[in-house]
Ligand binder design. Structure first.
Ligand SMILES: *[C@@H]1O[C@H](CO)[C@@H](O)[C@H](O)[C@H]1NC(C)=O
Ligand SMILES: *[C@@H]1O[C@H](CO)[C@@H](O)[C@H](O)[C@H]1NC(C)=O
Length: 333
């Protein structure tokens, strides 16, 4: 059944093509209490009056800024739209920050859905990034201006893996994670979870598994993968018993999951030693707790529902949604 659900989601997302990148999309998501019961969430502009309940939260979503620094040479993207918009990413993120600051009431947090920095690697040596103004410096300056707390997850452009060549790949934990933390601050963790209001928010990292390991036979950076360690962590966050699966005692806490790649891009059976060997399996096993899954990556709006096929008492469905592709006039729409 999981396969069938997965196929349905893939079909729903099937029309989405890569391309037309680098548009900042923002949406203010009002995580409504109704979501707990029927597995939906409401995307509402801040202006729209929606009644809130104690413990509900407002979160602003940002995705795919693709910030560039002075080293970027124009324009080597795969199409004209990207060639043009890549040069505007810095000004667009600054403008998004101003719009978010102007929201009333303010969101409790900004969640950044990945691809913060566009191919920002110019040296394997961390000291180089301290000595030379670069895309991470630019990101640090812009995000330093946010008065609303920013929660990061990362995207494929925030890492650099060349499958088959460790030498041409940039060390994920030794360099990338060090850069994130140094330039974007202590909240810029590889992956994390936070309790906000009545909800748990889980920020996944889709570049830590075998598809992003240059020496692994399944290395293929088109695909998202979490790695066994993060899969076990996710299972625990969702109230399961870790590697052994099981229902655990984590209870039925309503949870929102964030991952850069939409679920159809996630590698299946990436950790065969685990009961739930990939991210989709883990999410489906705990679908009762999951309100929605939000992704960036495709720079498009789409929405899909995965029926929680495993149990009869399926409350919430695991859903994947993109913030609306609003070509940077989010609040005007
Ligand atoms: C993007 O710009 C580069 C540099 O001008 C150019 O070589 C390339 O063909 C452009 N791509 C497209 C699809 O136009
Ligand atoms: C930070 O905010 C100040 C005040 O609005 C503005 O002048 C400055 O340009 C901003 N810097 C960045 C990097 O966005």
């Amino acid at each position: 059944m999981a396969e069938k659900s997965f196929r349905r989601l893939r079909e729903a997302l099937g029309l989405i093509q890569h391309g037309s990148f680098f548009n900042i999309r923002t949406a203010v998501v009002f995580l409504a209490s109704a979501a707990l019961l029927c597995g939906i969430y409401l995307v509402a502009s801040a202006a729209r009056g929606t009644s809130e309940r104690e413990g509900d939260i407002r979160v602003a979503l940002l995705a795919d800024a693709h910030l560039i620094g002075p080293q970027y040479v124009c324009c080597t993207e795969s199409n004209d739209v990207d060639n043009e918009s890549i040069m505007k990413t810095v000004e667009r993120l600054k403008a998004a920050q101003q719009q978010i600051e102007a929201l009333s009431p303010p969101p409790a947090a900004v969640v950044f859905l990945g691809d913060v920095i566009h191919n920002g690697y110019y040296s394997h040596n961390f000291e180089w990034y301290l000595a030379n103004r670069n895309a991470y410096t630019v990101g640090g300056e812009i995000f330093g201006n946010f008065s609303v707390p920013v929660r990061y997850l990362w995207g494929n452009h925030d890492y650099h893996t060349s499958c088959g060549s460790a030498a041409d790949s940039y060390d994920r934990t030794g360099l990338s994670h060090r850069l994130f933390r140094h330039f974007l601050g202590p909240a810029a963790l590889p992956y994390s979870a936070v309790q906000m209001g009545r909800y748990k928010l889980i920020f996944l990292n889709a570049m830590l598994g075998p598809s992003w390991d240059p020496t692994h036979p399944r290395c293929d950076t088109k695909y998202a993968s979490l790695g066994a360690e993060q899969l076990v962590w996710l299972e625990r966050q969702l109230g399961g018993g870790g590697g052994g699966g099981g229902s655990g005692s984590g209870g039925q806490q309503p949870t929102f999951v964030f991952m850069h790649h939409p679920l159809p891009a996630a590698l299946r059976n990436e950790a065969p030693e685990l009961k739930h060997p990939d991210v989709l399996s883990v999410l489906l096993a705990h679908a009762d707790n999951i309100m929605a899954v939000f992704s960036g990556h495709y720079h498009r709006h789409s929405f899909a529902t995965i029926p929680a096929a495993k149990t009869a008492a399926q409350g919430a469905a695991a859903a994947a949604a993109h913030a609306r592709d609003v070509y940077f006039s989010p609040m005007a729409k």
